[in-house]
Design a protein around this ligand. Sequence first.
Ligand code: HEC
Length: 113
Amino acid sequence: MSKIFQQLLFILPAFGAFSPDVMAQTNGQQLYLQNCMVCHADDGSGGMPGVADLTENRNWSTISEEKLLERIKQGIALPGAAVTMPPNGGNPDLSDSDLKLIIKYMRMEFTKK
Ligand code: HEC
């Protein structure tokens, strides 16, 4: 067995040691900050005027993951709103599994208080 292969065998289980929840937390947070923070702020409170505070207005956190995923993919245009949310927050490259990580992160972090 080559030395490098032996080292890989040693290193890979170390990554496996992260629980799925920790992975969701890390990746979901990163994806959220890259794609959603510009309008929703890092803490979900809404950085841009006209964007609701998602930590106060929590209907989004009570609908099913599938429904919320569809809403995020469609984009959100509320009647009379000054700002509308483009599909995927404007990033067509986000996959369903990326969006589910973001949803998981938002549900963990923005419904605490
Ligand atoms: C260009 C600004 C913008 C970006 C970028 C953006 N949003 Fe939004 N988002 C909005 C607006 C505006 C609303 C409507 C808020 C309101 O009720 O006033 C909204 C609402 C939401 C809601 C509440 C949905 C509901 O059913 O009421 C969720 C959840 C959400 N956004 C998630 C995301 C996620 C996830 C991303 C990143 C992938 C994202 N947003 C990126 C502007 C944005």
